[in-house]
Design a binder for this molecule. Structure first.
Ligand SMILES: [Zn+2]
Length: 340
């Protein structure tokens, strides 16, 4: 039984409630008059990660930072190849624990390293068991939920065959697209993907096509700024995408440069892009659809909510719970996830 001020449903309606969870399912939500200093709100879904990058975290490296992550021979890929399987699994497991402790209940990862790469990530997630959508490549897609294409510009004619093979096996298809420029967006769209990542540089026509096709877009604001693919709040064109009806999700991208902490991502996104608080929380939770879930707090759904102790910080003086959650969340005040 959990009592507190909660954000209920898809609209995050603020209510004082008692929530009963039975065997992991929310069986009842009842309004009550008095609640303890506790907020209850939906857990986050980190819609784009590269957890394998943990092995190269915060490395000092000369040269253009974007070159470090370019397949097949960027520094990141060389470090990944040189790392032992045990070391990789432990490193990814540590990042998964970091995500769990900072309020994420699930993630979608682009996993390198073929079939073994996917298996290592599945092993790394065994303890926390976060909801995971793994997008493998180089054969990894055969043992995971989806195929993750780094960028269509890294492939030749074989791309059609690879994608058709994955589709025939019922896999989801996701692309990095429009990260540095928009030259790989058209080709990605031609494959009718299930998800696009970045769209930092997309035209008005691209935005219209993405909206019409109902393709969700994962934006990774801190990664974009860190990698220097944007230096303006005009890119990615988030407001144009929102106005066109594109569904936006948030992701933290490469663990190498960016901590997989969705609270930090939400705050940065709010500062730089000025998206309203409700929309940002929707973006930070909505990616759960990729694993067939909705993290909104409603009866008869699996419990995926966060408890936040407002007595431990200045949060109890907040005049607007939603604004405080997206701007000031301190993971140290999370009262533990329901997963553990
Ligand atoms: Zn990425």
């Amino acid at each position: 039984m959990y009592e507190g001020k909660a954000l209920l449903g898809d609209d995050f309606d603020e209510r004082n409630v008692r929530i009963v969870v039975t065997d992991g399912t929310i069986t009842s939500i009842e309004e009550i008059s008095r609640v303890p200093d506790r907020w209850i709100f939906p857990g986050f879904f980190n819609a784009h990660t590269h957890l394998g990058d943990t092995v190269a975290m915060d490395i000092d490296a000369a040269g253009a930072i974007g070159d470090l992550v370019a397949p097949p021979d960027g520094l990141k890929h060389r470090i990944l190849r040189a790392a032992s399987p045990r070391f990789c699994v432990e490193a990814m497991s540590a990042s998964i624990q970091t995500m769990a402790r900072t309020g994420s209940f699930g993630f979608a990862d682009f996993r390198e390293g073929g079939i073994n790469g996917v298996r290592y990530l599945q092993e790394a997630n065994a303890d926390c068991s976060l909801d995971a959508a793994i997008f493998g490549r180089d054969g990894g897609e055969t043992v995971s939920a989806g195929l993750g294409i780094s960028s269509t510009r890294h492939y030749g004619e074989e791309l059609t065959r690879i994608i058709e093979g994955a589709r025939a096996e019922g896999k989801q298809i996701a692309f990095h697209a429009g990260e540095k420029d928009s030259t790989d967006v058209e080709t990605a769209l031609s494959f009718d993907p299930d998800m696009l990542v970045h769209c930092t540089h997309v035209s008005a026509a691209h935005i219209r096509s993405i909206a019409d096709a109902g393709i969700p877009v994962v934006i990774c604001p801190r990664s974009n700024w860190r990698l220097g693919v944007t230096s303006s709040s005009q890119n990615p064109p988030v407001h144009a995408m929102i106005e066109a009806g594109v569904e936006l999700w948030l992701g933290t991208d490469n663990v190498m440069f960016v901590q997989p902490d969705m609270a930090a991502e939400m705050a940065f996104c709010h500062y730089v892009y000025g998206i309203d608080a409700k929309k940002i929380l929707t973006m930070a939770t909505g990616g759960a659809q990729i694993v067939g879930r909705n993290y909104a707090i409603t009866e008869d759904t699996d419990a995926r909510f966060i408890q936040y102790n407002t007595a431990r910080s200045n949060a109890k003086y907040s005049k607007n719970m939603l604004n405080t959650i997206i701007n000031r969340l301190n993971p140290m005040d999370l009262e533990g996830s329901l997963l553990n």
